[in-house]
Write a new protein. Structure first.
Length: 264
């Protein structure tokens, strides 16, 4: 085993990447790597690239099965690959917002899902369905871009807002404890966005190199709005940032793509 947690700095990133792989997906970790759960949030977009790529591959593989089958099975795959981690946070956050400031954290901790959580789930699925239907043949590109932007959104939340719970408590407290500042944590995401842009310029049909960047808007606005309404962020709201950013990114890209196609 490669003891990454005690390795030099140049190898520490591999342990964090392995930790992100385990924490943010149900995919098996390749043998020979010891995960480290410290600065894993910076590598969540890399894990999202794999999840989005698998979703895109399934969408392409179901091309002859019809839109309904594509939508249902691709959305199911995305939820399964992430273990429902972020979706659970989105529902808990909705319940917390509905409960009001005094009972917010209590409602978010409750294992029972309330009416607001169910509504949030339904809205997330419908918005995502609408976006993918509008994207049509461009959906594979949209799935990859949206997955990546969704995992960048919590980085915005971690940088700009305090943690809602007491220091050292909560399942996501370690993110704040090991946070090293905006630029240090954002470097892997910037590298990934650059690579995606280069691939889009090389292989995508039409102007997809810039349409993918529309996801930047929800990746910033969603954590800002949730942080404003909650007064900060928690592990649950980080998950809500992921889910709402993915959904709104798909819808925004789908609407613009549809309008461009209709106009041209």
């Amino acid at each position: 085993m490669l003891a990454v947690a005690k390795a030099p700095f140049r190898l520490a990133w591999l342990g964090d990447l392995a930790g992100a792989w385990i924490f943010y997906s149900v995919l098996p970790l390749p043998p020979g790597i010891t995960p480290r759960f410290e600065r894993i949030a910076r590598f969540a977009p890399w894990v999202a690239l794999v999840i989005g790529g698998l979703e895109a591959a399934l969408w392409q593989g179901l091309a002859g099965a019809g839109l309904v089958a594509q939508l249902a099975l691709v959305l199911a795959l995305g939820s399964a690959l992430s273990g429902g981690l972020h979706l659970d946070g989105a529902m808990d956050t909705a319940d917390g917002l509905a409960a009001g400031p005094q009972r917010r954290l209590e409602a978010m901790d409750d294992s029972r899902v309330g009416a607001s959580g169910v509504q949030a789930l339904l809205q997330l699925v419908l918005v995502r369905i609408g976006g993918l239907a509008l994207l049509a043949v461009a959906a594979p590109w949209g799935l990859v871009w949206a997955a990546v932007w969704g995992r960048i959104a919590p980085l915005v939340a971690m940088q700009l807002f305090p943690y809602l719970r007491e220091p050292g408590t909560g399942t996501a407290a370690f993110h704040r404890r090991h946070w090293q500042g905006w630029w240090a944590e954002l470097v892997p995401s910037l590298m990934l966005l650059g690579a995606l842009t280069a691939l889009a310029l090389r292989f995508a049909a039409g102007p997809w190199w810039w349409l993918g960047w529309l996801g930047l808007l929800p990746a910033v606005l969603v954590p800002l709005e949730l942080g404003r309404r909650l007064g900060g962020h928690s592990g649950d709201s980080y998950g809500a940032c992921v889910e709402w950013t993915v959904s709104w990114s798909l819808l925004l890209m789908g609407l613009i793509s549809w309008r461009m196609t209709a106009a041209g």
